[in-house]
Design a protein around this ligand. Structure first.
Ligand SMILES: [Zn+2]
Length: 52
C-alpha cells in the first residue's frame, strides 16, 4: 500500500518515514495528509495558510 503526496502527487511507500500534517475539516474531524518531503509539506502549508 502507498500514500500519495498531498502536494505533488508522488507515491510514498507507506513503510517509509515521511512528513505528515493534520488539518481539521469542515466536520471538525482531523484529516491526515502525507508528503514525500519537507519541501512539499512547507509548500502545502503555505497554500493552506493563504486560503484563509
Ligand atoms: Zn511531494
Amino acid at each position: 500500500m502507498t500514500e500519495e503526496c498531498a502536494e505533488c502527487g508522488d507515491q510514498i511507500p507507506s513503510g517509509e518515514w515521511h512528513p505528515v500534517a493534520t488539518l481539521r475539516d469542515g466536520d471538525g474531524e482531523m484529516d491526515i495528509y502525507d508528503f514525500c518531503s519537507e519541501d512539499c509539506r512547507s509548500s502545502w502549508q503555505a497554500d493552506v495558510a493563504s486560503d484563509d
